[in-house]
Design a protein around this ligand. Sequence first.
Ligand code: GLV
Ligand code: MN
Ligand code: MN
Length: 417
Amino acid sequence: MSATLERVSTMDGNAIAARIDELAQLSDDPGCLTRLTLSPSHKKAAALIGEWMRTAGMHVRVDAAGNVVGRYEAEKPDASKVIIASHIDTVRNAGRFDGNLGVITGIAVVGELNRQGRRLPFAIEVVAFSDEEGVRFSSTLSGSRAVAGVFDAACLDDRDSDGVSRRQALLGFGTDPSKIAEAACNPANTLAYLEVHIEQGPVLEARNLPLGIVTAINGATRGEVVVKGEAGHSGTLPMAMRRDAMTAAAEMILAIEAHARTGADIVATVGRVEIPNGAVNIVPGQVRFSLDVRSSSDDARSRAVADIQQEIARIAAARNVSAQFTATYDMPVTTCDANVIKAMSRAFVQNACEPFMLGSGAGHDGMSFRGRIPVGMIFARCRSGISHNPAEFASPADMGAAARVLFDLLLDTGAFA
Ligand code: GLV
Ligand code: MN
Ligand code: MN
């Protein structure tokens, strides 16, 4: 049997697509895909992923951070390991490929090794991380941070919009948050962190390429701005006497956009705005809005955040309100490993794919492993560059190609030197 035929059964793009569709049925919202971290649908997804891992020949456990970990042993005991991972939590009204593709591809590749009865010089751990999106709680990447050994215990006290703490949510998920330290890998025997992900942008499609090699993941700052004015009666308070927190926030949001538009390498987004106790007949007394700033340059990002803070303070003073920015997340650029990139390039060429390099504008679990173990990422083409949207789409052919490249990368003896 030729190598190509041997690979068909588990790394076939249609088989991967069928699993993507099956997993997408597990949602907390019947009308769309919403699978927030540690929710009931996350629990069901973790169980399904565990079943698929077992079928692929892995031993499965759920660690204390809610990650599903499937281990495929090496040819000899006590060998080092390679982690292949992504996340199975989603944003609200999500696309089905973001995160899920990387986990399913990892399982497909191990399934193929298992089908061929093949063991490698290193073990493989496929991990379905529990918390990449940072939508339910203000902190993020807690699953991958636990595995990377950089978990911040303070995030256990974060609360979701219903007042449930992450600690309580983990207990409800069936894990013991006091044991999170046990989830950490040992960098001394972890050779690399690998992830396949949908690009979530338009670059590969514009170049008519199925796959790309990620050079670096942009850094990000996230936080919240609280604007405080004074609540009042919408019918009686003259316009000139108002200290309207919402109109001040609106001006700040436009200033943020204008600032980001002047920088070549900056994106800034306000994705959530709340008026606590807001009502049609109340002049808003308080507004909270999120801020997300990203760049491929840490200096440019720090400067942009400082400039935005200054603009916010200027607008607050002019409108006689107060404004306070609190950063909840600050992650520098993660540069992918040069040796892994070289080996990926070989695997691309072997599979008749151009080894095209691109940066990642989106954040990924690999950021948690920055400076600890070598990180490598493969992007699959994303239709129209649309992501965080139900229209997100990667073709079965491209997903199958990603699996085959990942498979060949694992067989490359120079990849994790
Ligand atoms: C995750 O999708 C992020 O980049 O925010
Ligand atoms: Mn993702
Ligand atoms: Mn995402």
